[in-house]
Every structure is written in structure tokens, then in C-alpha cells.
Design a protein around this ligand. Structure first.
Ligand SMILES: [Zn+2]
Length: 621
């Protein structure tokens, strides 16, 4: 398909009623259940099985066959759960105004709560059996041996579980553990009074977060962006001591739980679940900080291209060129499978099947849920919700979700049910690699310098926001938690000093600094809601960068080994700890190489961007 055909392709339909969208642009949920009657029958069956599970209490210590029967019933319940939940939930997302479907969805949630109660006996009862006994049973029974990793991991996690009295005390504290984050939401969202400002270029605007982002990304007048930045950050500056006190609450809570469970640090506590050594995070932070040269090169280039005398944090997202090509969905259906040719015929064919086979709900309609996701419906196939609007962002979103879906497909096909789900720690590897392959394909076929520039900026901005920024955030969280771990005071100034010195360490003299950047930490909801979470985006990104390097460089033999290893990672699902799975795929996150692969990737993209911009020079930007 040539570029002209793309440019002339019809644009996407306007917001329609669902029944006006042709069926081949909708997912086909009949692959799960033919109708609500079939769904109800499965729901009833699930309810019966849950009651059956509760009845198994007290049987585990009678031997291997009893443990096996319990594990098998767990699998049956789990498999049914996927279908019963997703049929209702996906139908609901088609049109969230439908109260009847919402009621069915809530009906499933109530059943899940019952399931939790009915299965609460399992862990304590299992863990009362000595590990050597379980291991003997695993060795003696081949069918039970399938569950070895799952069962042994429960014993590993047990190390930091307290006695009944201690666990009860901790569970009593959970009621107020969420209080700092609840207060943060109230202060930053519910009670906030967004300022209405008149921009230097004219026009009045109420500065919600969405408006603020939109001004930074679309207003060519720097004074508009400067005003939006100042006014929006004043919101946080004016309450900064309250924000600091709330964050202090988060830090003290994390430290309390870590000490109560006998972890050395808050970082150790949070990494134990996935069995990640703390050195991984420390290495991530150090190697990234040492690899900021291409980041600074990018910002200096932006300053030059945008023709700015001073360059600020609010100048970092405006597009370098104006370009509004539309990407018709029909074209992407051909490009996407072509972009994964490296991964082999089978992979390509399976993706084509997905694109044609009722997996995807493409366009927006009245009442449809916003955003995009991939839903792993075990026993059927993955489904994808999109709100495709012909923009470049929408194209890459499809590539991203398709990466998740292919991961699900391969993992479900090659793993027993118990290991079919993968953790977040590996999930974003498949999606970001899918995007990287798609970028490579699109860059190769782009003949228009402007399109190249837009593609390169899209890729670079992706690296900056999903990698550099997330590592910087992880560094901030680690240093902030270390304040309480070493009995140092946590004040608004102390937090501002940590944050501002990080911003400077990353950007050096490539950026002109504003004092209001000292409060930016207060506007990051992740710090309050999910501490130590964001680093996982960065480790996934680094893993995928190194895999991309291995897939695309070296001898043909080396490349084909790398492809096999990558596909094995996707097929491995959740059958081992994520670090081990990644090691088998050729990525060792305890070493600097994966991070260096990101740094090299960014360096290469910035060089390509410089070249594309030089080619464009004769014409006006
Ligand atoms: Zn994702």
C-alpha cells in the first residue's frame, strides 16, 4: 500500500450508535457464550463448583491425591471464571449505559467475593503440611508435579508471614493504610479548584490536568505553555506542606509494614513477591543516570528546531513538525502482520487470524468504554478493545495491545492453566517489543521526511516517558523511603530537594530550570497510590530493548536463536519467576546491558531524527 493511498483513505466514522457499525469492526463475544442463557448456566456451574471447593477444607493432609483434587478444582473454577467474568464485562464495555448488563457484571463480582471466602482456608491448611512432605508428594505424583512451582512459591512467600496474632494485627491496620492515598485523591481531585486563566495568545481556559497537557502538546506559543505550567503547578505549591505530610504518611506506612514483616528495607518488601533482587532496581537507577547523554542531545535538538531562546520542561512535548496524516484501519491490518515477519510465519499467521477473527472492537460508539486493553479470555482467545481514530497514536496502541494478545495466545497454548497468566513484570515486554517492531517497519516504508520525524518523535517520547521518567520516579521513591528508613525528617523541602536534583541530574544544562519544578513530585498519583510500581515499566522497556537488539543484529544464526528465545518467553507465561524467565530469553536485569540497550536505542533514534530534520531544512518547518 503506498502513501498516497493511505492519505486518501476514508477517515474514521464519527461517533455512532453501536448497531450502525458493521460487524466486522466488532468483537464477536459469541465465541465465549452464544447468549445470556448459556452464560447463566456457566454462572450456576461456577457457583456449584465454589461450594464444592469449600467442602474440601480439611482434606489436604490426607495425601497427594487430595492436594491434586483441590488444585484441579481450582483450575476448573479459574477457567470458568475467565469466561463468566469477561462475557459480562466486555458486553458492559460495549455500552456502559446499559444497567441490566452492569447488574450482571456486579453479580459476578459478588460471586468472586464468595469465591474468596470459600477458598481462604487453602493457604494456611497447605502451609501446615511440612514442605518436605509436599515435595515428596510432588516427586511421587506426575500429575501433581505440574503444580510444583505454584506450591513451592507459596512456601517461599510464607517466610514473611506472621503468626495468627500478628496477621490479625496487620489486617486491622489495613483500614487506615489507604488513608494517605484517599486524602491525596481528595485534595488533588475532589476538592481541587482548577484555575481559569486567559492565555497570552488569547482565549480563556480552565486548567484541568487534561487541558494542561493539551496546551503543552498543541500550543506553539511558548508563553501559553509557560503560563499553563506556572498556574497548574501553583495548585500544588499552594498546598505543598499538606502533600508532603500525606506522602510522609505513605512512607511511614510502607516502613511499618516492612518492619512488621521483618524485611530489611521497603524495597526488599515490595520485590519479594516476584522474587526480584533489590540490586535490579539499584542497577536500573545507576545505569540510567549514567546514560543521559542522548536524552540531553534530544532536548538540545528540540530547542534548536523549535527556535527557542530558553528551553523549559513545558517545552518537551510540543511536536517538532505539524503533520496530521490519517491511518485507515484497513491499512494497519496489512502493516501489522508485515511488521512481525522476523518472528516467523506461525506468529504472523496467528496474528492475521486474530485481526480477521472477531477479536477486536475497533471504533468508538455511544457509551463505549474509553481507552484500549487486551483481555485474556482463557479457553477462547484474547479480545481487544480499541477506540481507533486513525491517528498515529491509535496505530501504535493497536500494535501495543496486539503484543499483549499474542503473549496471551502463546502462553495459553503452551502452559497448563495454572501458569497461563503472566505477571506485569514481563507483560509490557511483549507490548513494547511489538511497538518497536512496528516502528521499524513504519520507518522503513516512510518516504515523507515529515512522517519520519513524527515517527521518530513518537518513539523517542515513548522512551523518555516509559523509561527515563519512570526510572527517575523510581529513584525519587527509593530516596524518599530511605529518609524514613534512616530516621531522617520528611519535609516539603527535603522532598523537593530530592526531586529537583534528580531532574537536574538527568537533564544537565540541556534544560532551563524553573523553581516550580520542585513541586512536580506532588502531582504524580503513583507515588501515593502504588509505591515502587513504576520501575516495572522501565525494566520491561529495557528488556524489550535488549531483545530488539538481539533480534535485529548479529549473524543470521544468532538472530534466529534470539527469535526462538523470545518466543519461548511468550510461551512460558507465568511458569517461573519473571527474572528467571527473562534470563532464559537472554536478558539479565541484574547487569547493565539491558539499560545500555535503551540508551543506545535512544542515541540511534536521535541521530536518525537529526538526519531527517537536516533533509527537511530546505523547506520550512
Ligand atoms: Zn500494556
Amino acid at each position: 500500500m503506498d502513501l498516497r493511498a493511505t492519505a486518501e483513505a476514508p477517515s474514521s466514522p464519527q461517533l455512532k450508535d453501536r448497531q450502525d457499525i458493521p460487524d466486522h469492526f466488532k468483537w464477536n463475544l459469541a465465541h465465549i457464550f452464544a447468549d445470556w442463557r448459556e452464560w447463566q448456566a456457566a454462572y450456576d456451574e461456577l457457583e456449584t463448583k465454589i461450594a464444592g471447593y469449600a467442602a474440601l477444607q480439611g482434606t489436604l493432609n490426607q495425601g497427594a491425591l487430595h492436594v491434586l483434587a483441590t488444585m484441579k478444582l481450582q483450575d476448573e473454577i479459574g477457567q470458568l471464571t475467565y469466561k463468566v467474568w469477561y462475557f459480562a464485562s466486555l458486553r458492559y464495555d460495549e455500552d456502559q449505559r446499559d444497567n441490566q448488563i452492569n447488574a450482571k457484571r456486579q453479580q459476578v463480582q459478588i460471586l468472586f467475593a464468595k469465591l474468596n471466602q470459600a477458598s481462604a482456608w487453602f493457604n494456611p491448611e497447605l502451609l501446615r503440611i511440612p514442605l518436605p512432605t509436599i515435595q515428596r508428594w510432588l516427586n511421587e505424583n506426575d500429575e501433581l508435579a505440574v503444580y510444583r512451582f505454584a506450591l513451592e512459591d507459596l512456601y517461599r512467600l510464607q517466610e514473611h508471614v506472621l503468626d495468627d496474632k500478628g496477621e490479625r494485627l496487620l489486617s486491622l491496620s489495613s483500614r487506615f493504610s489507604s488513608s494517605p492515598n484517599d486524602s491525596y485523591s481528595a485534595l488533588s481531585t475532589a476538592d481541587v479548584c482548577y484555575p481559569t486563566v486567559t492565555l497570552p495568545s488569547g482565549g480563556e481556559v480552565t486548567l484541568t490536568y487534561g487541558q494542561y497537557r493539551a496546551i503543552l502538546a498543541t500550543h506553539r506559543n511558548q508563553a501559553d505553555r509557560a503560563m499553563a505550567f506556572t498556574e497548574y503547578h501553583e495548585l500544588y505549591a499552594s498546598n505543598i506542606n499538606t502533600y508532603a505530610a500525606l506522602y510522609h504518611g505513605v512512607l511511614q506506612r510502607d516502613w511499618f509494614h516492612s518492619q512488621a514483616r521483618d524485611y530489611r528495607t521497603t524495597l526488599d518488601a515490595v520485590l519479594h513477591g516476584n522474587n526480584i533482587p533489590p540490586a535490579v532496581v539499584e542497577n536500573l537507577i545507576e545505569t540510567t543516570k549514567a546514560g543521559t547523554v542522548p536524552l540531553r542531545r534530544y532536548h538540545r535538538l528540540r530547542k534548536r528546531v523549535l527556535g527557542l531562546d530558553t528551553y523549559h520542561v513545558y517545552d518537551t512535548t510540543i511536536p517538532l513538525v505539524d503533520f496530521d496524516r490519517k491511518y485507515a484501519y484497513e491499512n494497519v491490518l496489512e502493516w501489522l502482520p508485515a511488521s512481525v515477519e522476523r518472528l516467523g510465519r506461525d506468529y504472523q499467521a496467528q496474528m492475521q487470524e486474530g485481526l480477521a477473527g472477531g477479536w477486536i472492537d475497533v471504533y468508538e460508539n455511544q457509551g463505549k468504554r474509553s481507552g484500549a486493553y487486551s483481555a485474556p479470555v482463557y479457553g477462547v482467545h484474547p479480545y481487544m478493545l480499541l477506540n481507533y481514530n486513525d491517528t498515529l497514536d491509535a496505530v501504535f496502541t493497536l500494535a501495543h495491545e496486539m503484543g499483549h494478545s499474542m503473549h496471551t495466545l502463546l502462553s495459553n497454548a503452551h502452559q497448563p492453566f495454572v501458569y497461563s497468566a503472566y505477571t506485569i513484570f514481563v507483560a509490557e515486554v511483549a507490548s513494547t517489543l511489538s511497538e518497536a517492531l512496528f516502528l521499524e517497519y513504519m520507518l522503513a516504508r516512510a518516504t515523507d521526511e515529515r512522517e519520519k520525524i513524527v515517527l521518530l518523535q513518537h518513539a523517542i517520547d515513548g522512551i523518555v516517558s516509559t523509561f527515563y521518567t519512570q526510572v527517575m520516579f523510581a529513584d525519587f521513591e527509593l530516596q524518599a523511603h530511605r529518609l524514613v528508613e534512616s530516621d531522617r525528617p520528611v519535609t516539603a523541602d527535603a522532598l523537593a530537594d530530592i526531586y529537583f536534583s534528580l531532574v537536574k541530574a538527568y537533564h544537565g544544562d540541556a534544560v532551563d530550570y524553573d523553581d516550580l519544578s520542585r513541586v512536580t513530585w506532588a502531582r504524580i498519583p503513583h507515588f501515593f497510590s502504588t509505591p515502587y510500581y513504576v520501575y516495572q515499566y522501565a525494566t520491561c522497556f529495557a528488556s524489550s530493548a535488549q531483545l530488539m537488539k538481539q533480534l535485529t543484529t548479529g549473524s543470521a544464526a544468532e538472530r534466529s536463536t534470539a527469535i526462538e528465545r523470545y518466543l519461548s518467553l511468550l510461551k512460558a507465561g507465568g511458569s517461573d519467576h519473571p527474572m528467571t524467565l527473562l534470563q532464559h530469553a537472554g536478558v539479565d536485569l541484574s547487569k547493565p546491558e539491558p539499560v545500555r540497550a535503551v540508551v543506545d536505542q535512544l542515541d540511534d533514534l536521535v541521530t536518525q531524527l537529526e538526519t531527517a530534520i537536516d533533509h527537511l531544512k530546505p523547506r520550512s518547518m
